[in-house]
Design a protein around this ligand. Structure first.
Ligand code: DX5
Ligand code: ZN
Length: 226
């Protein structure tokens, strides 16, 4: 799955930018990744619930809301109630991640847990039994256009193994620095869903960039499965 990040899009034209990656069924974006930042959990400020509510009406592409915010217990449920398909909170910010996942699911969303590049996976494995997605950050959260940190792929491989052996049931998602040079390594490590901001919206034709990334994943996955 490919999830273009609108952080790299033109914020004055979000409906058009969503349409630019939508494509026909089976092509185009699988999810639209929406980066919510609060200037506290990360040193940047982007958009919040009103924009997500508006975007929900403007596109049929499922919204993948990545909440880089403090106190997700207070805010995350609103995104599920607004119709986000997947709502991801940060393990470093959540005080009650199991209860939060239950609430998100009860509101009709998938529940996602994200870990920053320096955050180990092991302490969160029990919690992840309650989650539908694991978002492995491959840059420090806060800004688009940063360089991919390959060391995080060890966490992807571990998560992939746990999913393949039935110990976890979730999608493994990666976010940060994903482009033509890095996506194959991530695919070989076992990623299911690839967030790409600048690689998609920095391209002359965003929909073609999505297709090109998907083709690369297909090639790399074929290699992985032999
Ligand atoms: C970073 C965000 C990412 C960002 C990725 O904090 O979570 O989703 O948009 O942008 P690129 O693909 O440019 O690294
Ligand atoms: Zn993100």
């Amino acid at each position: 799955m490919i999830a273009p990040s609108i952080l790299a899009a033109d914020f004055a034209r979000l409906a058009d930018e969503a349409a630019a990656v939508a494509g026909p069924p089976g092509r185009g974006a699988d999810w639209l990744h929406v980066d919510v930042m609060d200037a506290h959990f990360v040193p940047n400020l982007t958009l919040g619930l009103p924009v997500v509510q508006a975007l929900r009406k403007a596109t049929d592409v499922p919204l993948d809301c990545h909440l880089m915010i403090e106190d997700p217990e207070r805010w995350a449920l609103g995104y599920a109630e607004a119709g986000a398909h997947n709502v991801t909170v940060h393990a470093e910010a959540s005080r009650e991640p199991v209860a939060l996942a239950k609430d998100l699911r009860a509101a009709g969303a998938r529940a996602g847990l994200s870990i920053k590049p320096g955050t180990p996976l092991e302490p969160h494995l029990e919690t992840l039994r309650h989650y539908d997605t694991l978002l492995v950050m491959s840059v420090e959260p806060g800004f688009g256009g940063q360089e991919f940190i390959p060391e995080v792929l060890d966490k992807v491989r571990t998560a992939r193994r746990l999913v393949d052996t039935g110990h976890l049931t979730l999608l493994v998602e990666i976010d940060g620095g994903i482009n033509a040079d890095t996506i194959e390594a991530a695919a070989e490590a076992g990623v299911d869903c690839f967030v790409a901001g600048s690689a998609v919206y920095g391209a002359a034709e965003p929909a073609r960039a999505v297709e090109a990334l998907r083709e690369q994943v297909r090639g790399a996955s074929a290699h992985r499965w032999g």
